[in-house]
Ligand binder design. Structure first.
Ligand SMILES: Nc1ncnc2c1ncn2[C@@H]1O[C@H](COP(=O)(O)OP(=O)(O)OP(=O)(O)O)[C@@H](O)[C@H]1O
Ligand SMILES: [Mg+2]
Length: 354
């Protein structure tokens, strides 16, 4: 199902925004304040719900329709709807403004590399580097803040994987849309109301490693699965990729370390850092700039540890020159470093910008 008829049923007052292709998110802050994100920018809309009771009923019905509860005992809902949209809701008294709902609409057409180029999210040079890194089986992590475009970039990176490879995709909620023929998508499962039946990314990784993957794509690293993934990458699943919430390429490595520590497995810090630095070869950093545009602001290579510290070498970086009077961010992508894989790329017949 790809239309939003399902949501329209419950959310009449925001019907127009559900149908509007330019709107990517709908944010309901209680019955009398609805914001939408359009082309990367938040705007307040005139839409209102008749009252808190009807908004709360709408949220409860959305929960029920996906077999979940939203009530005093379960005041938060995290759900994916049949059309692929993601909904998060929080009800009072946790929320102080009434029922709060955030809807991330499912995009029928995932962003392609051509679209990223036409949006100015990446340069031609950047594309050459990224394509080469994927083809050369570098393990890559896409980092960035919330909603900076990580999943979209991961999807684009995955499109560079050659068609003959066997790709296993592990996600909490299915978002990636790989186009290759030999793709096996898996999704985690939450525990039922008795606390049973949970299947985590760690569990799925365990299975994935026994299913002869050429590449493993993990939607997002949030916790202890980082250690399992690092171990998988270090034992020969080159060319795998994932995303993580981080503020810079260096911070990405530190966040991986922190997540790996959450696994509860005791591992000396020095050993863990060595694992991170050898498992990950590249970081692709995304950002949402002040004008709402999303960009790949850095492509970096991970270098060996120095005195126990992480080091990265930026290959390409976005440089902001000025903010125009209308708020538009102006600047350019700069080539700032030489890849360590130039020779390998030349051997493989891959074109590099430098
Ligand atoms: N380069 C881009 N240009 C314009 N819009 C984009 C771009 N990249 C992503 N978007 C849009 O921004 C929204 C968020 O993108 P995406 O889900 O990829 O971000 P994310 O960083 O993975 O978010 P989250 O932190 O929630 O996982 C989506 O609606 C997506 O279509
Ligand atoms: Mg994401």
């Amino acid at each position: 199902m790809s239309d939003n008829s399902f949501l329209v049923l419950f959310l009449g007052p925001v019907r127009d925004y559900l149908a509007d292709e330019d709107v990517s998110e709908i944010l309901v802050n209680g019955p009398s304040a609805v914001y939408v994100e359009r082309n990367g920018r938040l705007e307040k809309t005139p839409a209102v719900f008749p009252n808190e009771t009807s908004l709360r009923a709408a949220a409860t019905n959305i929960a029920k329709s996906v077999g979940r509860l939203l009530d005093e005992a379960n005041p938060r809902l995290d759900a994916r709807l049949p059309d692929g949209s993601r909904v998060h809701a929080v009800i009072p008294p946790l929320s102080r403004v009434g029922t709060v709902v955030a809807i991330r609409k499912f995009k029928k057409d995932a962003l392609s590399i051509d679209k990223l180029l036409s949006f100015g999210s990446v340069s031609e040079d950047g594309v050459k580097l990224l394509r080469a890194m994927v083809r050369l089986h570098r393990n890559l992590i896409v980092s960035g803040a919330t909603s900076s475009g990580k999943t979209s970039v991961l999807n684009v990176l995955s499109s560079f994987i050659p068609a003959h490879e066997r790709i296993l995709v592990l996600e909490d909620a299915s978002e990636l849309q790989l186009q290759q023929e030999h793709v096996l998508p898996f999704e985690t499962r939450k525990a039922d109301k008795f606390g049973k039946g949970e299947v985590t990314i760690r569990d799925l990784l365990h299975s994935a490693l026994r299913l002869r993957p050429d590449r493993i794509v993990v939607g997002e690293i949030r916790g202890g699965e980082a250690l399992d993934l690092l171990q998988a990458l270090n034992t020969g699943h080159a060319g795998s990729m994932s995303t993580i919430h981080a503020n810079s390429p260096l911070d990405c490595l530190r966040r991986l370390e922190t997540c790996a520590l959450l696994s509860g497995i005791d591992i000396p810090l020095a050993a863990l850092r060595a694992q991170v630095a050898s498992a990950v070869q590249g970081v692709v950093h995304t950002a949402r700039l002040s004008d709402g545009s999303r960009k790949i602001v850095a492509v970096s290579e991970v270098l060996p540890l120095e005195n126990g510290d992480y080091r990265v070498s930026d290959l390409i970086r976005w440089r902001t020159d000025r903010i125009a009077p209308d708020g538009a961010v102006q600047g350019a992508f700069e080539l700032v470093g030489r890849p360590t894989f130039s020779d390998a790329a030349a051997l493989a017949g891959l074109d590099l910008p430098c």
